[in-house]
Design a protein around this ligand. Structure first.
Ligand SMILES: Cc1cc2nc3c(=O)[nH]c(=O)nc-3n(C[C@H](O)[C@H](O)[C@H](O)COP(=O)(O)OP(=O)(O)OC[C@H]3O[C@@H](n4cnc5c(N)ncnc54)[C@H](O)[C@@H]3O)c2cc1C
Ligand code: SF4
Length: 509
C-alpha cells in the first residue's frame, strides 16, 4: 500500500472523524501540527490557544494508544514549517507520500490554502453535523428568506428529536414563550465543573504563557475540559444541575454569575470532543425521565440542531466573501474598551471583563451587550468579526461569522435575521442587574448621564430610516420615534453624535 497522510486539524478531534474512518491504520500517517499561522491569524485569547493545543496533544496520544502512527509537530519544534501546507510538504517528503486525506475544514481560508497545496488533497465531508452542506443547499434553494425556525423543524423531523410521530412533542415546535424570564436577585446558579490542568495541559500553559502573554485575555486559572472524558463529565454536570433552569433564565445576565444556567460546552462541541447529536439525545432522555421541563429541553436542542446547524449552512452557502459584508456601510473603528480599555458603561465593562477572564460570554452578552453596542455605534463589522473570532474559546469562523456578521451586525443585509438586534438600555435593565451599578442612568433619555444605549438606539434608527422604515417588525419603533417632538429628537441625535465623536477621540465614555 502507498502511504497517505491523514491531516487532523485542531478542531477535528473526534475519533469518528471521516478522515480517520477512511484511513488505513497500518499504512497511513496522521499529521497533526501546532503551527504559527493558525495560532496568529487573529490574536486569539490565550485560553483558546491553550485549549486547542492541550486537546490536540491528548488526542494524538489517544490515537497512538489505539495503534495509529502520528507525526505530531509541536509549536516550538525547530523544524516546524509554520503553516499547515508547509508541515504537510515536510511530512510528505519524510515518508514519501503524495496524497492527503482531510475532513473538509470549517473555514474557507483553510480550504483555499489546502486546495493550493502542491499535493493531492482529498476532501471528505465533515459528518459531525446533522445536516450535510447539500441538505442545507437543497432546503435553501428557491426560498425567498432563510429562517432558522423552518429549518429547525426539518432537523427535528430528520433526527426524530422531541417528536411524537410526525408531530412536535407537547404539541408545539417552540416553547420560547415560557423562556427568558428576568432574573430574581437571589438566583444561585451552579458553577460549571472546573478541571485541574494535568501534566500535558500544564506544559501547554507554560508554552502559551511564554509565547502569547501579549494577547488580550487571562490564561490562568485554566479549567476547560481538554479531552472527551472531561467533556462528557461537563455535559453530565450541566444536565444534572443547570439544564432544568436553562430555558427560564436563558437571556438573563447577572454581575458575578458568569455562566448562569448555560452549558459552557461550545468549545468542546466545536473542537470535536462532544458529538452534537449525542448531546441532544442525552438532553431528550433527561426530559423523558422527567428530570427537566419541556421548555428547557426543546430550547436547548433548538440551539444545537437549529441555530448551530443553520449558521453553518449559511456560512458555506454564502461563500468566502461573507466575512467582508458591510450592508449598513459602518466604518467606525472598534473602540479600545473592547480590548479592556476603561469604560463607564457597566454592561460593557462586565461583558468585556468576563471575556478577558474566561474566553466565554453567553449568547445574550454577545448579542445584546457587545454586539448591540457595536451595531448601534456603527463599528466596522469586519473589525467586530475579528474581535469575536479572537476572544472566545469557541470561535471558529463557520459558527462565529454568521453570528457576528449576520445575526449581530446585520452586515449581511438580512440573510441570517429579518431585522437588526438592537435595543435601548431598557432591555439590558430588564434582563440584568448591570444598570444598578452603572455611572449612567438607564431611565435618563437625554442630558448629563443618559444611558448611551438610549441615545444610540434612536440615532441608529434615524441613520438607517430608508432601509428599515418599511420593515414590518420595526414599524412600532419608528412610530414611537416619530411621535416624539422635533426638539427632543434633535437633542437625542445631537447628544448621540457627541458621544460617538468623544468615543472615537479616545475620551472615557
Ligand atoms: C456575536 C456572536 C458571536 C458568536 N460566536 C460564536 C462562536 O464563535 N462560536 C460558537 O460556538 N457560538 C457563538 N455564538 C453563539 C452562542 O453565543 C454560543 O454558542 C454560546 O454562548 C456558547 O455557550 P454555551 O455552550 O454555554 O451555550 P448554551 O447557551 O448553553 O447553548 C447550548 C449550545 O447551543 C449552541 N448554540 C447556541 N446558540 C447558538 C448560535 N447562535 N449559533 C451556534 N450555536 C449556538 C452552542 O453549541 C452551545 O454550546 C455567538 C453568538 C453571537 C451573538
Ligand atoms: S445604564 Fe446603560 S450603559 Fe449603564 S449598564 Fe445600563 S444599559 Fe449599560
Amino acid at each position: 500500500m502507498v502511504t497517505r497522510l491523514v491531516l487532523v486539524l485542531g478542531d477535528q478531534l473526534s475519533l469518528g472523524l471521516s478522515a480517520l474512518a477512511q484511513a488505513d491504520k497500518a499504512d497511513d500517517v496522521i499529521v497533526m501540527a501546532e503551527v504559527a499561522d493558525e495560532a496568529a491569524y487573529v490574536p486569539h485569547h490565550p485560553k483558546k490557544i491553550a485549549l486547542i493545543l492541550s486537546a490536540m496533544r491528548k488526542f494524538a496520544a489517544r490515537l497512538e494508544s489505539e495503534g495509529w502512527t502520528v507525526a505530531y509537530t509541536r509549536l516550538d519544534h525547530p523544524d516546524n514549517a509554520g503553516s499547515i501546507p508547509g508541515e504537510l510538504l515536510r511530512r510528505a517528503a519524510e515518508v514519501g507520500a503524495s496524497e492527503v486525506l482531510v475532513t473538509t475544514p470549517g473555514e474557507w481560508r483553510l480550504i483555499n490554502v489546502l486546495s493550493d497545496c502542491p499535493l493531492q488533497v482529498q476532501f471528505l465531508a465533515d459528518d459531525r453535523f446533522v445536516a450535510t452542506r447539500a441538505d442545507f443547499e437543497g432546503w435553501a434553494e428557491g426560498r425567498k428568506q432563510l429562517r432558522m425556525e423552518f429549518f429547525y423543524r426539518e432537523m427535528r423531523r430528520k433526527t426524530g428529536l422531541m417528536m411524537e410521530g410526525d408531530k412536535p412533542a407537547g404539541g408545539k415546535w417552540n416553547y420560547d414563550a415560557e423562556n427568558r424570564k428576568s432574573p430574581p436577585k437571589d438566583l444561585r446558579p451552579p458553577e460549571p465543573p472546573k478541571f485541574e490542568p494535568d501534566a500535558i495541559t500544564s506544559e501547554v500553559l507554560e508554552l502559551v504563557e511564554a509565547r502569547f502573554s501579549g494577547n488580550f485575555g487571562r490564561l490562568r486559572p485554566f479549567w476547560f475540559a481538554t479531552d472527551a472524558e472531561q467533556a462528557e463529565a461537563a455535559l453530565d454536570h450541566f444536565i444534572d444541575h443547570a439544564l432544568p433552569n436553562f430555558g427560564d433564565y436563558q437571556d438573563a445576565m447577572l454581575s458575578g454569575q458568569r455562566f448562569l444556567f448555560h452549558a459552557v460546552i461550545s468549545p468542546c462541541l466545536n473542537i470535536g470532543l462532544l458529538d452534537p447529536l449525542t448531546v441532544c439525545q442525552r438532553v431528550q432522555a433527561a426530559w423523558k425521565a422527567g428530570h427537566v421541563p419541556i421548555n428547557a429541553a426543546e430550547g436547548f436542542i433548538r440551539q444545537i440542531i437549529g441555530w448551530r446547524e443553520f449558521v453553518r449552512g449559511i456560512y458555506f452557502l454564502e461563500g468566502p466573501d461573507y466575512v467582508n459584508r458591510n450592508a449598513l456601510g459602518h466604518d467606525r473603528a472598534l473602540p479600545a474598551l473592547y480590548w479592556g480599555g476603561e469604560t463607564r458603561m457597566n454592561c460593557l465593562s462586565e461583558a468585556v471583563e468576563q471575556t478577558r477572564d474566561e474566553a466565554y460570554a453567553h449568547h445574550i452578552q454577545r448579542l445584546m451587550v457587545t454586539g448591540n453596542f457595536a451595531l448601534l455605534a456603527g463599528i466596522d463589522p469586519h473589525q467586530v468579526h475579528e474581535w469575536y473570532l479572537a476572544v472566545y474559546a469557541d470561535a471558529f469562523e463557520w459558527v462565529e461569522a454568521p453570528n457576528t456578521v449576520g445575526m449581530s451586525q446585520f452586515a449581511d443585509g438580512g440573510v441570517v435575521g429579518s431585522k437588526p438586534y438592537v435595543s435601548s438600555g431598557a432591555y439590558i435593565n430588564r434582563m440584568s442587574d448591570y444598570c444598578k451599578s452603572c455611572a449612567y442612568s438607564v431611565t435618563a433619555k437625554t442630558g448629563e448621564g443618559a444611558c448611551p444605549f438610549n441615545l444610540l438606539y434612536w440615532h441608529f434608527l434615524e441613520r438607517h430610516r430608508d432601509r428599515f422604515k418599511d420593515n414590518p417588525r420595526m414599524g412600532n419603533m419608528y412610530r414611537t420615534w416619530d411621535r416624539m417632538d422635533d426638539g427632543k429628537r434633535a437633542t437625542i441625535v445631537k447628544e448621540a453624535q457627541i458621544f460617538l465623536d468623544r468615543m472615537s477621540d479616545g475620551a472615557l465614555v
